[in-house]
Design a protein around this ligand. Structure first.
Ligand code: CP
Ligand code: NVA
Length: 305
């Protein structure tokens, strides 16, 4: 494993190892046991999109591992003025021990990883958000005591979160149900890859337009914004398209009684989810946010250690 671009690229064992390490690093941190695994190493963090959780959790995580995080806004580096990914990769590999990148085109991250001799971590593209799903699987494990055989339901846009959730569930042995409206289904190539992963895991993948069918008896209920970064101009049209896909209490009650509610955040209350669900007793959104720190430390320690 040189890079973390997609959970589809990992074996089931590699996903398990990352989750185990994340749980260990979390326990050590809480016990005050230092773990300077990346002492003296530097992570470059390229952002061409906004971020709260990703930026802060990577910076803090790298610091806790004894390394140095270097924030590189695309507004400030020459990449934003048209320098090629190839040249950027060849220069940065001379200074850094790893690169984390959040950007639009998934192909840019694949190219960066191909060109750079150092590890590249995908911190969100238009297609995938693997670091978020590692944190979400870790959170589900902490709340349910297992992952194997859980049912994970995602309601909403067939976006980067839906895609990474499919891959993550297949690799970690969960059943997965995705409800998306017509015109906003998941990417066909990702679905094909995910189907192959589910075949290998022996678990089920349900793709439907019916949120009630998807959420039925779920252990984990997940949603995400209907308007991802870069789609701001489509906001009005999207709000209409997602009518009926809001995770409100009535819909949530179709899940198991002890289901947990998850959201990668940022959330837009009153659109994809109502306040009584996201701020209710079954919501674990801030555990997910915290676990970004621990899961990404496991990724950095594994790739850069
Ligand atoms: N969930 C997530 O990636 O949040 P940020 O956009 O704040 O990094
Ligand atoms: N789907 C959202 C996730 C944000 C963490 C987006 O891409 O904007």
């Amino acid at each position: 494993m040189k890079d973390l671009i997609s959970l589809h690229d990992l074996t089931a064992d590699e996903v398990q190892d990352l989750l185990k390490l994340a749980l260990r690093l979390k326990a050590e941190l809480k016990a005050g046991i230092p773990h300077p695994i990346l002492k003296g190493k530097t992570l470059g963090m390229i952002f061409t999109k906004s971020s709260t959780r990703t930026r802060v959790s990577f910076e803090v995580g790298m610091t806790q591992l004894g390394g140095y995080p270097l924030f590189l806004s695309s507004n400030d580096i020459q990449l934003g003025r048209g320098e090629t990914i190839h040249d950027t990769a060849k220069v940065l590999e001379r200074y850094l021990d790893g690169i984390m990148i959040r950007t639009y085109a998934h192909s840019d991250v694949i190219e960066l990883a191909k060109e750079a001799s150092i590890p590249v971590i995908n911190a969100l593209t238009d297609l995938l958000h693997p670091c978020q799903v590692l944190a979400d699987l870790m959170t589900a494990y902490e709340h349910k005591g297992r992952l194997e055989g859980l049912k994970f339901a995602y309601i909403g846009d067939g976006n980067n979160m839906a895609h990474s959730i499919m891959y993550g569930c297949a690799k970690a042995g969960l059943d997965c149900a995705i409800a998306t409206p017509s015109g906003h289904h998941c990417d066909a190539e990702v679905v094909d890859n995910a189907k192959a992963d589910f075949k290998a895991s022996g678990k089920t993948l349900l793709l439907t337009e019916d949120p009630v069918e998807a959420i039925k008896d779920a252990d984990v209920v997940y949603t995400d914004t209907w308007v991802s970064m870069g789609q701001e101009k489509e906001k009005e049209e999207r709000i209409k398209a997602f009518d009926g896909y809001c995770v409100d209490l009535k819909l949530f009650k179709n899940a198991k009684d002890d289901a947990v509610f998850m959201h990668c955040l940022p959330a837009y209350r009153g659109f994809e989810v109502t306040e009584d669900v996201i701020d209710g007793p079954q919501s674990v959104i801030f555990d997910e946010a915290e676990n970004r720190l621990h899961a990404q430390k496991a990724v950095m320690a594994t790739l850069m250690g």
